[in-house]
Design a protein around this ligand. Structure first.
Ligand code: LLP
Length: 420
């Protein structure tokens, strides 16, 4: 078996668990993750980096479930965090401080202080103003901290405009020429150690070319710094390696192989020459490990459309609504016979609340369960209580074991946090 999710006798399994049976024991939609798929991805990253002095980090924003974090931490990965909250989860899940990088364009003074006093691996700095503040805080704390300026190489990538990051029209990073000036200034700084450089060119990038281009930019940049007498200790490649969201339950899963190819190519184009290399991968680690399971409530026809209304909504998985993202949708039990075409939509009071438009699926009937694929990354972590809907339960499947890893966060619990 090379897939964590696969059909056996027309029934969708995760490892050895029949998902329809699991769904029958639950109330409402839920997330389910395959430990097997997660292991494949983690191994693939380690294998691609053999021979390099590599610190693979996991971008906690993609999915912060503590049990998933613990598996990733215990595989030797570090963490990429972007808030005090993510730093707290990463530390509590067991990521060692010396393998934690802190990124983000708007860190507060309190967050910078927390990061510096924790002795994390490095701070990724995104502006002159942030650099100044980090310097003041490090001085006050009398703690020297590793800095990596995030350079913005103005590279165009083929992904949704909301998840491009390396264009000068994006808020991220510092243009290359400007960054060189800051490194020159930092050369003799007592508290800020300009030890690294950081780049992150966007997300859900499935083509190797933009990564090669980023590697070339980094090589030039590092050479420029060396000519100024500044030698770096590490290069942080960022994240962004994409996954295949399409048609994957009946075919062998090639994500781990694809991940291996892109990462090897990125690393081999880079010439780290003994420097440590970091990467901050989110989706490539966790994206294909998760499904959102939902039940069909109603079928409805208007004069021009068929709708399949399900019990999960955009508050649970916002990617289709926000990025027009395409997620595979399959029944947990396949019916033979004619297929159907419909918009698969949630119960939320927004026309943008949909999972698929004009999608052909197996015939679905009220009460059937469906799986929405590729939901491991930016699914639960981007969810909300909109329309006062609960946050969903999560299960991890390990062989034939079903491990509850988050219970539903109910509206009663939410209500208890308000003044009434
Ligand atoms: N490093 C930095 C600095 C980032 O901003 C991000 C993602 C990552 C690493 C991890 O990127 P990944 O390897 O997962 O592509 N919500 C969007 C994705 C937003 C990504 C934000 N930054 C989505 O659902 O497609």
């Amino acid at each position: 078996m090379s897939n964590g999710f696969y059909y056996r006798d027309e029934r969708l399994f995760c490892d050895a668990v029949d998902l329809n049976e699991l769904a029958g024991t639950t109330n409402g939609p839920f997330y389910v993750y395959s430990k097997f798929e997660l292991g494949q991805n983690l191994n693939s990253i380690k294998a691609a980096a053999q021979g390099f002095n590599f610190i693979p980090c996991y971008a906690v924003k993609a999915n912060y479930n503590p049990q998933l974090l613990k598996i990733i931490a215990s595989s030797g990965f570090g963490a990429d965090v972007v808030s005090a909250g993510e730093l707290y989860f990463a530390q509590k899940a067991g990521f060692p401080n010396e393998k934690i990088v802190f990124a983000g364009v708007g860190k507060t003074a309190a967050e910078l202080e927390l990061a510096i006093s924790s002795g994390i691996h490095s701070l990724n700095i995104e502006s002159a103003a942030e650099l100044e503040l980090a310097g003041q805080i490090a001085q006050r704390l009398q703690r020297r901290v590793n800095i990596a300026l995030r350079i913005n190489p103005d590279i165009r990538v083929d992904t949704h405009e909301y998840i491009t990051t390396a264009l000068h029209s994006n808020k991220f990073g510092i243009p290359v020429e400007e960054a060189l000036l800051y490194y020159r200034k930092l050369k003799s700084h007592p508290w800020l150690n300009p030890a690294g450089v950081h780049v992150h060119i966007g997300s859900q990038i499935t083509d190797v070319q933009p990564f090669r281009k980023a590697a070339d930019e980094l090589n030039h940049f590092v050479a420029e710094l060396e000519s100024m007498g500044i030698g770096l200790d590490f290069i942080d490649l960022g994240g962004g390696i994409g996954i295949n969201y399409q048609h994957r339950f009946d075919a062998p899963n090639t994500d781990a192989q694809h991940l291996h190819e892109i990462l090897s190519s990125y690393l081999n184009t880079l010439q780290p020459k003994g420097k440590a290399v970091l990467a901050e991968l989110g989706r490539a680690i966790i994206g294909n490990t998760g499904l959102l399971i939902s039940r069909v409530l109603y079928k409805k026809q208007t004069p021009v459309k068929n709708f399949t209304i399900v019990d999960a909504g955009m508050n649970n998985l916002i990617r289709p609504s926000l990025y027009r993202a395409w997620h595979e949708i399959v029944p947990l039990v396949k019916r033979s016979g004619p297929k159907m075409m419909s918009d698969i939509v949630g119960p939320v009071c927004e026309s943008g609340d949909y999972f698929a438009k004009d999608r052909e699926t197996e015939m679905l009937e009220s009460g059937d369960f469906i799986a929405i694929g590729g939901a491991g990354a930016y699914g639960q972590s981007l969810s909300s209580h909109y329309n006062l809907r609960p946050r969903l339960a999560e299960f991890l499947i390990d062989g034939n074991q079903i491990i509850p890893i988050a219970r539903e966060l109910s509206i009663r619990e939410l209500a208890a946090q308000y003044e009434w």
